[in-house]
Write a protein that binds this ligand. Structure first.
Ligand code: S3P
Length: 441
């Protein structure tokens, strides 16, 4: 096995034997870490965050918090984020790097703050659609401009007064929902937001925990639907105090590894068991993997351990519902589909086309390179399970594509090009993968 992190390529060799691994160092949750950096600005007291994800994306959100006036200090694995008395203009542009979450949530948060803010990102983020937040924010009075009439970053925000709103989102997106909730906290009355399937709800849970009034109005007969009512802030919120759990989306690469390498098992420690985040594990279970969940505590959300064990060749599956709950795991899930006994289908997943890469195209192209038969359509793909062959995979700068095909390499060996992107969310990914193969990558 060889790797050269300087040129950011990795060569994965196949595992020589089964593994039984306890993973207590999976990267901390990216969504929650972003929110810790941002929401600490809504308090007047310092927040204390243990196990904040030190990946590029979330460190960029933290740096932006500093540019907006927060004082950040670190002791061991604990960050203390002391907010400024008043949020004010930053002297320089605010660089979100590769993070759509960073850009879209800051867009909502800053729209209601007096001052001029310029949000930018790397060459991938500067080509991802921002209209999904810019349009609804403009409709409540936000002054935002950017390339393509505000659809592409850099985005220039002239923060000011916002009107209360009633908005029914055409997409189930936690980023859009969170941006609008953050704007609603500074609007001139109670705002209402609705999506057709509840997307990940860390924003609602954390803001409620900090004392904000963010209420879900349950609709009869539909557990995961309803309007969210958001009251504007009358006073600063309570600070955050939490240990960020492990990220189930990052852990899922190793869940797939255990499900496809005969006689293997992994135990993922202290991961969020939030129902909007573990749907991919349910699908892997439907495919035949043996999965066990053990809830241990509840800090803003349920947290516990997940055990995943190989249980014979996987069965094919159709994935066409609850897509928002497994959108980030679909690339890794596709590797499981590629070795299943028959044809699997992904549908209603057009959102994949606007992630860090066009993930329908990059998954299909990568699988084809590995000798797997696929069929691409606008909102998904078919994967006919077979034998994965060694190939050279271009990640297209997308961390989840790089990590998914690295896991496929456990069966066949794999060359992955452009692995630098893995640092955005999971800096120690290869260390854990090396424990499975027994050779350092
Ligand atoms: C995220 C929401 C999801 C997800 C992204 C993180 C968040 O995006 O894909 O990785 O932290 O809110 P959408 O909600 O836009 O689908």
């Amino acid at each position: 096995m060889s790797s050269n992190t300087a040129i950011k390529k990795a060569a994965i060799e196949p595992v020589s034997s089964a593994f039984d691994l306890l993973c207590d160092d999976i990267a901390a949750d990216k969504s929650i870490s972003h929110r810790c950096a941002m929401f600490s600005l809504l308090s007047d007291k310092p927040s204390t965050i243990h196990n904040f994800l030190e990946g590029e994306d979330t460190l960029n959100s933290l740096k932006i918090a500093e540019q907006l006036g927060a004082v950040v200090s670190k002791e061991g694995n604990t960050f203390r984020i002391a907010p400024p008395a008043l949020l004010s203009e930053a002297e320089d542009v605010l660089d979100c790097g590769n993070a759509g979450t960073g850009m879209r949530l800051y867009c909502g948060l800053l729209s209601g703050v007096e001052g001029l803010f310029v949000l930018t990102g790397d060459r991938y983020l500067r080509h991802r659609p921002m209209n999904r937040v810019v349009k609804p924010l403009r409709s409540i009075g936000a002054k935002i401009d950017g390339r393509e009439e505000g659809n592409l970053a850099p985005l220039c925000i002239r923060g000011g007064k916002l009107q209360a709103f009633r908005y029914e989102s055409p997409i189930d997106s936690a980023q859009v929902k969170s941006a609008l909730i953050l704007a609603a906290l500074r609007a001139d009355g109670t705002s209402y937001y609705r999506e057709s399937l509840l997307s990940r709800d860390h924003t609602e849970r954390m803001l409620r925990g900090m004392g904000a009034t963010v209420k879900t109005i349950e609709e009869q007969g539909s557990e995961n639907q309803g309007w969210i009512a958001i009251e504007p802030l009358k006073a600063p919120l309570q600070p955050l105090e939490l240990t960020v759990p492990a990220d189930p989306s990052s852990a899922f690469f190793f869940a797939v590894a255990a499900a496809i390498v005969p006689e293997s098992r992994v135990v993922i420690k202290s991961v969020t068991l939030n129902p909007t985040r573990i749907e991919a594990y349910k699908i892997l279970e439907r495919m035949g993997a043996a999965i066990d969940y053990m809830e241990k505590e509840n800090i803003y959300e349920p947290i516990g351990d997940i055990t995943i064990a190989y249980s014979g060749r996987l069965k094919p599956v159709v994935v066409e519902e609850n897509i928002a709950w497994l959108i980030d795991e679909l690339p890794a899930l596709s590797i499981a589909m590629a070795v299943a006994e028959g044809k699997s289908t992904v549908r209603n997943a057009k959102e994949l086309r606007v992630k860090e890469s066009d993930r329908i195209a990059t998954v299909v192209k990568g699988l084809e390179a590995c000798g797997i038969v696929t069929d691409e359509f606008e909102d998904g793909y078919h994967v006919t399970g077979g034998v994965i062959h060694q190939a050279t995979i271009d990640s297209h700068g997308d961390h989840r594509i790089a990590m998914s095909f690295a896991v496929a390499g456990l069966l066949s060996g794999m060359e992955i090009e452009d692995t630098a992107c893995i640092d955005t969310s999971f800096p120690n990914f290869f260390e854990i993968l090396s424990q499975m193969t027994g050779v350092s990558i």
